[in-house]
Structures are given as C-alpha cells and as structure tokens.
Design a protein around this ligand. Structure first.
Ligand SMILES: Nc1ncnc2c1ncn2[C@@H]1O[C@H](COP(=O)(O)OP(=O)(O)O)[C@@H](O)[C@H]1O
Ligand SMILES: [Mg+2]
Length: 307
C-alpha cells in the first residue's frame, strides 16, 4: 500500500531536501512585479553547500540580480513556480527577515547616508535582528533592541566587533563613522564586508555590480570574503566579469543565460569565458544568439584607483 506524503505527515518540501547544509534551488521561475508577462528566471536549478564557493556568471540582463533578489524575497519580484530549500524550510514561504535569521545574507546597498547612526550601532541592531530565534514571534518580553529584554550584551558585542574589524584589517575609527556618510565606493564595500562578518551568515549572496566595481573595491570584497571563508559558510558570488575570480577561488562556476544555468564547471570555465567570451559557451548550450549577443563586452582593464 502506498501512502501520500501528507498521510505520512511529511512536508513535501523538507522531505526532498538532501541535508540541512545545502541551499537547494529547484526549477525557479521569477517575473518582475512591474511586468509579470516577462519571465526573467526560467527554471533555475542549483545546489550550494555550506563551505563551498559558487560563482554565477552571466551577461548584463541575464537575470543575475533577479536571482539574488528572489532568494532574499525582494518585493519587486514574484516567484511563479519552483522551490528553494534551506535548513528544512521552504525559503520562499518566509519573510526576508526570517531568511536572514536562518543565516542567509545579501549584501545590502545603502545608497543614502544615515547621519547620526554609527557603523557600530547600525551593525549591532542588524546582529540582534539576525540572532532572534526563528520561532520567536512578536513576544513583547523579547526585544533585542532593548538591552534589558534580550539582544547581545554590549561588552560581548564590542569584543565581536573588534575581532571582526581586526580580521578585515579595518581601522578602529571606522566603527564610529556614520553609516555611508562621505563613504567612498571602497568604504561602502568595507561596510558590506564588515556587516557580513558581524552577522556570520551560513549562506552569503554577493551580487557584484557589472560596472563601477574598480579594482580597489574588488580587492576589498575578495579579501573580505577570503578572510571569512569557513566550513559553515556557503558563498554564491554573482558576477559579470571573471576578474574577481582571480582573487576568490570558486569551487564551481555556473553560467546563467536566458534565465537558466546553461553550463557548470570548475575554475577553468571562468578562464574559458575570459578568453572566448560568452558566445561559444552559449552556442554549445544550444542557445540561439541574436546579433547583439554575438558581440562581446570586453572585460575592463584592471585600473588602480587613487586612494
Ligand atoms: N523590477 C523589474 N522590472 C522589470 N524588468 C526587470 C526588473 N528587474 C529586472 N528586469 C529585467 O530583467 C532582466 C534581468 O535583469 P537583472 O536580473 O538585473 O540582470 P543582471 O543582473 O544579470 O544584469 C533585464 O532585462 C531587466 O531589464
Ligand atoms: Mg545585476
């Protein structure tokens, strides 16, 4: 006699998860809310284990940022089908806040300065929110922002912050600065890396912008990530150009095109992309390229910026 999963009292989502250390993305389809008729992700399949670094490479407009946002639950995107399993949960059913509490991290961009809010207080609030247990609902007796009702103790926090700042070779004065006020591009990247180090995620999604990341910023990210690598941290590094992979060594490289992963391989795949561009690999994957796609965007030269 066969029984259905529900008769066995097994959640079909968790029943298919291989283990609790792997982010499993299955047949993910995503549309932007602004234009639901336009499917950007058309069946993404991907597994990233804690302790592994996966790079996702793709041309402009291939859907890289959409993938990062969909994984974090950005309201501008709707998942129309597929599932994402993480630590026994169907991630897509959880709020962005709960995803973060489950150890997912997306490097958030704070384009505007927050005068009066120091880096140290900003990160402490973020850490308290992240450490809130998942099953802790809106218990009024527990408020991590209130020292008397939970949250990390100030002495402990100072110690943690000092450790992480040392790890990232940051000067102590950085913690006292106001969030993003007068920050250079490189300093914004330093803040992102410090935020990641303080939050200690189990799965970090880093979406490197296709342009504007100069070699200085790129090294900050690479050195920041490398300093933090550990067996509990999985990294999904999203990038248009392979040059960041000169500094961060990925275990697996995936190529995203037309909303799907069309090729996966080792570091050699990234090197091949650098040499040949995307067109040959996309053609091999059976994709028909239009004239525009046949043209290659050259990798930018590595130019040092003035400090
Ligand atoms: N919020 C949105 N509304 C409408 N179209 C979008 C939205 N976000 C992304 N797109 C479109 O989806 C495609 C993929 O975008 P994106 O994920 O940003 O690609 P990438 O990061 O690889 O450059 C692009 O053609 C883009 O114009
Ligand atoms: Mg992008």
């Amino acid at each position: 006699m066969t029984q259905t999963l529900s008769e066995l009292n097994i959640n079909p989502a968790t029943a298919t998860a291989q283990d609790d250390r792997t982010l499993v993305i299955r047949d993910l389809h995503v549309v932007p809310i602004a234009d639901r008729s336009r499917e950007i992700l058309r069946g993404i399949n991907l597994e990233v284990r804690q302790g592994e670094v996966h790079a996702i490479m793709g041309r402009n407009g291939s859907g890289k940022t959409t993938l990062a946002y969909a994984l974090m639950g950005h309201p501008a995107y709707e998942v129309t089908s597929g599932e994402v399993l993480w630590k026994g949960h169907d991630l897509l059913k959880l709020s962005p806040d709960k995803r973060s509490r489950l150890g997912m991290f997306l490097a958030f961009k704070y384009p505007t300065a927050i005068p009066g809010l120091s880096v140290a207080s900003f990160l402490r609030t973020a850490l308290n929110a992240r450490m809130r247990p998942l099953d802790q609902g809106n218990d009024p007796a527990y408020d991590p922002s209130d020292l008397t009702r939970g949250g990390i103790k100030l002495v402990e926090y100072r110690k943690l912050l000092r450790e992480k700042m040392a790890l990232l070779k940051l000067e102590e004065s950085f913690a006292a600065r106001y969030v993003n006020e007068g920050f250079s591009g490189g300093e914004k990247k330093r803040l992102e890396m410090l935020q990641m180090a303080v939050l200690q995620p189990n799965m970090a999604i880093l979406d490197e912008t296709d342009s504007g990341l100069d070699i200085d910023a790129l090294r900050i990210v690479a050195e920041g990530v490398n300093a933090q690598l550990n067996p509990d941290l999985g990294v999904l590094l999203i990038t248009h150009y392979q040059r960041i992979l000169n500094y961060i060594n990925p275990d697996v490289v995936h190529v995203l095109a037309k909303g799907q992963i069309v090729a996966s391989g080792g570091r050699d795949l990234a090197l091949r992309l650098e040499e040949e561009g995307y067109a040959p690999i996309l053609r091999e994957a059976g994709l028909v390229l239009d004239a525009d796609e046949e043209r290659e965007t050259p990798e930018p030269a590595e130019v040092e910026t003035a400090h």
